[in-house]
Design a binder for this molecule. Structure first.
Ligand code: NAD
Length: 380
């Protein structure tokens, strides 16, 4: 049965979707994957889900538009291999929904959406393929603005731009394919705000940060905080990723299972979702948790548990939105500096939430979700 209480900002998978309808409906009715997906979409509050199939180019795409109440929906276009079509659609639904929350909490004049292109074994004509996708975006009349994501780059955005104005991150815009440095910047700002809030310090000098996962974002975060004088411990299952942090930032290394109990000031989960659970929270010695991973809480209740234990949790969907902020600001203003300014502003949004959490004695995750939900309402 789906957990609707507290309206989790992020619903991890379609397994969260109510599946008990068999028991209450006619016993001979067989429910299909399509039923489950539709119920999942309904639960997440979807309005528009669009499909395009083009035999000639091999394009098979979904655009899931989650919310239009704040403005046109924006979100990347990912092209990856999927084992099944329902997995692709599930991905589009889950990611589009997350984009809405990220956009709302960061005050972007946009709703969230996601395009998922099911990567064909071979794309015979890449230009025709992305032009067709551009036509698809254009047919949506500006309700969806597309951007780079896994498997696409500014070069593909250039092709799409031949067919529609509703695209950002083209080569002309100066955007990069990799949003990780921008994501890391947002996480760093939330850490700075947390360090100020918890310890009254304006600098990260001497702050010990334990980073779980030294991949794209983890590495960039280590670089950012090292430059500001922080001490770093890293854990990763990839030895090369660890070595790079040791060589460049003098990072200490710890085995993956021990990262939770490191006596650091900050624990930064930058590897996997659902890492914050009863077992790991019990081990935490850090008083701040702030990282880039999506869906860090394995259940929304764990936000409250951390709050009760005096651990300041920086809500993931607020602080890892640097990439989304960047593409939205580029589309709206075409100004890289403005986008950096807005990502840096995560400091203030986070700080306000930390303060409100203390004032109201409620978890930061609960407050952030409530704010985002309010902002996604039609009147907001
Ligand atoms: P990545 O794959 O480049 O890095 C993840 C790293 O975690 C890898 O080095 C991997 O070896 C390591 N890892 C895997 N299992 C581990 C474990 N058990 N213990 C320690 N390390 C482990 O991914 P990324 O792009 O850096 O993203 C990291 C997280 O941030 C993901 O959850 C992603 O969804 C989220 N995120 C990323 C961005 C972005 O801009 N890349 C934006 C928003 C959210």
């Amino acid at each position: 049965m789906i957990a609707t209480k507290g309206a989790r900002a992020v619903v991890d998978s379609i397994s969260d979707c109510p599946r008990d309808s068999k028991r209450i409906a006619h016993p001979h009715v067989r429910y299909t994957v399509a039923d489950s997906l539709m119920r999942y979409a309904e639960f997440l509050g979807y309005g528009d889900i669009h499909t395009k199939i083009d035999e000639k180019t091999g394009l098979k795409a979904f655009v899931a538009i989650h919310n239009l109440n704040r403005g046109p929906a924006i979100g990347g276009c990912r092209m990856v291999t999927y084992q099944t079509i329902d997995k692709a659609m599930e991905d589009a639904l889950r990611l589009g929904y997350m984009m809405s929350y990220k956009a709302a909490i960061n005050n972007l004049p946009h709703g969230g959406a996601k395009a998922v292109l099911i990567k064909p074994k071979v794309i015979k004509d890449r230009e025709a393929y992305f032009e067709k996708f551009g036509d698809f975006v254009n047919e949506l009349g500006g309700r969806y603005i597309t951007a780079v994501d896994s498997g696409t780059s500014p070069l593909e955005m250039d092709i799409i731009a031949r067919r529609t104005p509703f695209v950002t991150c083209t080569t002309k815009s100066g955007a990069d394919s990799d949003p990780s440095p921008l994501t890391a910047l947002g996480v760093r700002r939330a850490i700075e705000a947390a360090v100020k809030f918890k310890f009254g310090r304006d600098s990260l000098e001497g702050t010990h940060i334990a980073i779980q996962g030294a991949g794209h974002v983890g590495y960039c975060l280590a670089k950012e905080v090292f430059a500001l004088g922080a001490e770093i411990t890293v854990s990763d299952v990839n030895l090369k990723a660890i070595q790079r942090c040791v060589d460049e930032f003098g990072a200490k290394v710890c085995p993956p299972d021990e990262i939770y109990s490191i006596a650091a000031d900050v624990f930064a989960p930058c590897a996997l979702g659902a890492v914050l659970n009863l077992n790991t929270i019990k081990q935490l010695k850090a008083t701040i948790v702030a990282g880039s991973a999506n869906n860090q809480l394995s259940h929304h209740h764990y936000g409250t548990l951390m709050h009760e234990r005096g651990i300041l949790y920086a809500p993931d969907f607020l602080i890892n939105a640097g990439g989304l902020i960047h593409v939205a600001v580029l589309y709206d203003h075409g100004d890289m500096n403005k986008s950096l300014e807005q990502i840096r502003n995560i400091y203030h949004t986070a700080y306000d939430i930390y303060e409100r959490s203390m004032r109201e004695n409620r978890s930061t995750s609960e407050i952030a979700e409530k704010i985002a939900k309010e902002k996604l309402k039609p009147s907001a």
